[in-house]
Design a protein around this ligand. Structure first.
Ligand SMILES: *[C@@H]1O[C@H](CO)[C@@H](O)[C@H](O)[C@@H]1NC(C)=O
Ligand SMILES: *[C@@H]1O[C@H](CO)[C@@H](O)[C@H](O)[C@H]1NC(C)=O
Length: 234
């Protein structure tokens, strides 16, 4: 009797925790992108992209008042054929893999980054986007704007590799017509902030870009500060 009561309570608690996790309503998306050359200065990359570029870190559904994370939902379904693996790898890049992911490899390792992004973030919009739609959306949003051209645009030069935060905000906003979020990390010297990630925000259905709500420079210092934006891997 006591024992079945405990089990019932456990089931109930698990159910409530689960329901709580899934009930999170996301209100917008963050498309978080790495600038490869910065990322590989910060960490020991197993491989670099063939050309310096922005690659996807993740598409993060979120709520304005409450952070959403690990919302339960379906398990990651690994890609099985090499063509789709290569296609996703070209813009959603795991810098720590020593080699490109392969259809014959261990997906838990070689697709581990995608699985992790799905589990921690993708599940939080599964009430609207099935797993397949979520991955399609991530790809579509990733290709909606060309951040590299916006940043390294000869017609609109900014003083690289040491632009001000405001320069970077302004060239990106000009290209997307919305305020991005910039994320910097200290590099080498406690006084040097390096631009590592650019975040674009999208409405709940992923149809249009919207202003990110955090002040764009919150992770990079004041708008007038200079930040380091390396153009190449070396
Ligand atoms: C965002 O957050 C507020 C407050 O928690 C809720 O009222 C909204 O429904 C929305 N979804 C949540 C919390 O998951
Ligand atoms: C973003 O905010 C600016 C003002 O800071 C406003 O002019 C612009 O219309 C907003 N853009 C969007 C897409 O909401």
């Amino acid at each position: 009797m006591a024992r079945s009561y405990i089990i019932l309570t456990l089931i109930l608690v698990v159910f409530i925790i689960d329901a709580e996790k899934v009930s999170g309503q996301y209100e917008f998306f963050r498309l978080v992108t790495f600038w490869g050359p910065s990322y590989c200065r910060l960490y020991q990359c197993g491989r670099e992209t063939p050309v310096p570029k922005f690659t996807l870190h993740g598409l993060w559904p979120d709520n304005y008042t409450r952070g959403l994370y690990k919302c339960g939902g379906t398990r990651y379904r690994p890609l099985k054929d090499q063509r789709s693996i290569n296609a996703r790898d070209s813009y959603w890049y795991d810098y720590f893999l020593p080699n490109p992911p392969s259809a014959t490899g261990n997906w838990r390792i070689e697709q581990g980054f995608w699985a992790h992004e799905w589990r921690d973030h993708g599940t939080c919009s599964e009430n609207v986007f099935s797993q397949q739609s979520y991955f399609n959306l991530a790809k579509r949003l990733m290709f909606m704007y060309d951040l590299k051209s916006a940043l390294f645009n000869l017609n609109n030069p900014i003083p690289l590799p040491w632009p001000r935060v405001s320069d970077v905000l302004s060239v990106i906003s000009k290209s997307t017509r919305a305020r991005p979020e910039l994320r910097c990390r200290y590099y080498d010297d406690p006084n040097i902030q390096m631009l590592v990630e650019v975040v674009l925000c999208f409405d709940v259905l992923g149809n249009q870009v919207i202003n990110c709500t955090l002040p764009g420079s919150v992770f990079c210092g004041r708008r007038s500060s200079r930040i380091y934006v390396p153009e190449s891997f070396q």
